[in-house]
Design a protein. Structure first.
Length: 260
């Protein structure tokens, strides 16, 4: 039973620190360091360095900076972009340290898993915040930022105090991320394409059509009218074309057909 409890606690800590690192690395470092130094939690020997006052102080300063930057629309996405190269490696290192004194193979495996988990949580946060920034009002941005901070604090608390519950919630998060991330990617691609067309640096067709096989693009012009319209509808249903783009291309096909 003790072995089972130790295994669950180690898994929860490994998953928890890497997941939290992808959302707010500095909050995770501060919580772990302060909690360990105050005696509220017991960290593995490989993570006791986080209890050093210098590490706690640096994490606190960076967390305060991120706390304010994360509330500014546009700046938060720039901050997330820069921290793509910080949060993911840090998540991998923390996950490797969380498993304790084990074989090098297990440490590497934990680091790989931790990096992947940090990448998933970071991508989910960064993609969501990028879409939220399209809203002109700041309340949604502030609410999302505060929710992220609370999520990290409560998630780490659950991982340390109730590891089994955390692991169940973590599995739910992974399922949601797998479902959400492809949709976020399509929405972000569409938003970037619209911005590019607004500034005149992209063609009328979205990038997904520009990168499609030549035969598929030619089919829009060379196939009969019904086939072309059906293909357009499929592109719209998949989210490749917006409703406005669909209507524009449909009218063009109908116009060309009438002129023939």
């Amino acid at each position: 039973m003790e072995t089972y409890d130790a295994l669950i606690a180690t898994l929860a800590l490994m998953m928890g620190v890497s997941w939290a690192s992808g959302i707010n690395l500095y909050a995770a470092l501060f919580v772990l360091g302060w909690g360990g130094a105050a005696g509220h939690i017991v960290l593995p020997d490989e993570l006791t360095v986080l209890q050093d006052p210098l590490v706690i102080g640096a994490a606190a300063i960076m967390y305060l900076i991120e706390f304010f930057v994360d509330k500014i629309p546009g700046m938060d996405s720039l901050w997330d972009s820069i921290h793509t190269f910080i949060r993911i490696p840090a998540g991998a290192m923390l996950a490797a340290g969380a498993v304790g004194d084990v074989t090098p193979a297990l440490e590497i495996a934990a680091g790989v898993l931790g990096g992947g988990i940090a990448a998933a949580s970071h991508a989910t946060k960064a993609g969501t915040r990028l879409l939220i920034n399209t809203s002109p009002e700041p309340v949604t941005n502030w609410s999302a930022s505060l929710s992220g901070d609370l999520l990290v604090l409560s998630g780490l608390w659950a991982a340390l105090k109730y590891p089994e519950i955390f692991l169940v919630l973590f599995i739910v998060f992974i399922g949601i991320a797998i479902w959400v991330l492809p949709k976020l990617w399509l929405l972000i691609k569409g938003m970037i394409a619209r911005i590019g067309r607004f500034f005149g640096i992209a063609q009328t067709y979205p990038s997904s059509i520009q990168n499609a096989p030549v035969a598929d693009i030619a089919g829009l012009n060379e196939n009969p009218q019904i086939t072309a319209l059906e293909r357009l509808q499929q592109l719209r249903d998949k989210g490749v074309l917006t409703e406005h783009e669909f209507e524009q291309q449909k009218n063009q096909i109908l116009k060309n057909n009438q002129s023939q």
